[in-house]
Design a protein around this ligand. Structure first.
Ligand code: GUN
Ligand code: FE
Length: 434
């Protein structure tokens, strides 16, 4: 029981009441981890089998769990590294740290922490890059299976321009990705993604291997990075001189399609944006990372509003990103649009965090809404979680203003509870991890 909010589609404006369901005194009936009924409390209660236990979350908001569409599992100890730009950050801090994930004990320990942090912040689904080592993908998916979460992840493929301990080959990148697919895809709620890190760290031969995987597994997610940093773009052009631009490299290897999640997409030309639109590939906005690494201002609203619209999503990009919180992430996304002269309204923001991101990863039939039949992954939000928030709440008069307050001042403290498949997953953390 609580105040329910779930989006049907992208809100066209702040007045677009038809784009979402809001129940002031709402009820959710959960059976076997799935939402069985949704509506006003009295009618859902009447429908519930006798003896159904009840949890009262009033006056908090109950939303579908947040979805983070781009995160790096082996970068939890990279967050807050003092680097001037992307390539310096990768070479100085990130690559050395990722080398440690060859050890399964280390990968297992960090996986426990990753899931604790995600769930503490109300994130119930994430699309994660593991390290190049199969051990890291094993640790990630094993932890997900244990927690019952819906996760997307991939063993990173990278065969050049990184330390020796972080390189595979075209052959081992292919074989080990296949092994991860065989072992983990479809097990529990796990989804394996084909994950060539980016054009700089894959030779053309390895791109061929990624292309082969993409052909053999046309339904799988693909993850890579695109158009993040000026120096990266310039170097990429040198490495693939035959491509007309950065996007064309991935297009040539058949890596652009729906469920291809392209991290950053900050500096795309109109031609490149057209290609993303035509192929259905997704531009993943990582605002805290783009600001932290000084990569640039991603034109999110412009990409959505084009004549040929680009599918977009939002993400933390931990550890280039600086917060696990999708609320903090949307606050930064809002500010980036402000600097570009665009408005991102709070309904759009919360649509993105839930249904928008679910559609971007093509899992809206299972997650991202409170629709009956979907999995009961939920976040319970308290807009009065801190003294400053409570004070502001005294004068907040609308749902949109409350969401905007949550986005502007909220973080993990505003997450009163997280549910994974109907089970409390935040309040139970202390007993899972020591
Ligand atoms: N490009 C290639 N690898 C990475 C990474 O780990 N983080 C970010 N932000 N960009 C990348
Ligand atoms: Fe990234």
């Amino acid at each position: 029981r609580g105040r329910l909010l779930s989006f049907h589609r992208m809100p066209e404006s702040l007045d677009d009441r038809a784009s979402y369901l809001y129940e002031e005194d709402g009820g959710l009936l959960i059976e076997d981890g799935v939402i069985a009924a949704v509506g006003d409390y009295a009618s859902v209660r009447a429908e519930a089998p006798e003896g159904t236990a009840e949890i009262d979350h009033r006056p908090h908001l109950i939303l579908p769990g947040f979805i983070d569409t781009h995160i790096h599992f082996p970068q939890m100890q990279v967050i807050g590294s003092y680097a001037a730009n992307l390539l310096e950050w990768l070479n100085t801090y990130t690559f050395p740290e990722e080398c440690r994930f060859v050890e399964s004990a280390h990968a297992g320990r960090i996986a426990t922490h990753l899931f604790d942090e995600l769930l503490r912040h109300g994130t119930t689904t994430a699309a994660a890059y593991c390290s190049v080592h199969k051990t890291s993908a094993d640790a990630f998916f094993a932890e997900s299976l244990k927690r019952g979460t819906c996760m997307i992840g991939g063993k990173v493929m990278m065969d050049r321009n990184a330390p020796q301990g972080l390189l595979d080959t075209p052959e081992t990148g292919y074989d080990e990705t296949r092994a991860v697919i065989d072992e983990w895809h479809g097990r529990g709620r796990n989804h394996v993604a084909i994950t060539p890190r980016f054009a700089i760290t894959s030779t053309p031969r390895q791109m061929e291997a990624a292309a082969a995987l993409a052909r053999e597994f046309p339904d799988l997610h693909i993850q890579t990075h695109l158009s993040e940093n000026d120096e990266e773009i310039r170097y990429t052009g040198e490495l693939y001189p035959e491509a007309s631009d950065y996007t064309d490299i991935y297009a040539r290897y058949g890596l652009l399609r729906p469920k291809a999640l392209l991290g950053h997409c900050i500096h795309l030309s109109e031609r490149e944006a057209d290609v993303l639109s035509d192929t259905g590939a997704v531009a993943v906005h990582c605002p805290t990372s783009n600001l932290f690494l000084g990569s640039g201002l991603m034109p999110l609203k412009k990409l959505i509003g084009r004549e040929k619209p680009v599918t977009v999503s939002v993400a933390t990009d931990i550890g280039g990103g600086s917060s696990y919180s999708m609320l903090r992430t949307m606050d930064e996304a809002y500010k980036v649009q402000q600097l570009l002269g665009e408005r991102l309204n709070p309904l759009e923001s919360f649509w993105l965090l839930t249904r928008g991101n679910a559609e971007a990863v093509a899992l809206a039939d299972r997650i991202g809404s409170l629709d009956p039949g979907t999995d009961a992954d939920l976040v319970v939000l308290d807009a009065s979680a801190t003294p400053a928030m409570a004070l502001k709440m005294e004068v907040v008069g609308s749902l949109a203003d409350e969401l905007f307050l949550l986005q502007t001042l909220g973080d993990d403290r505003a997450v009163a509870e997280t549910y994974v498949a109907g089970r409390p997953a935040k309040s139970s953390i202390a007993t899972i991890a020591s």
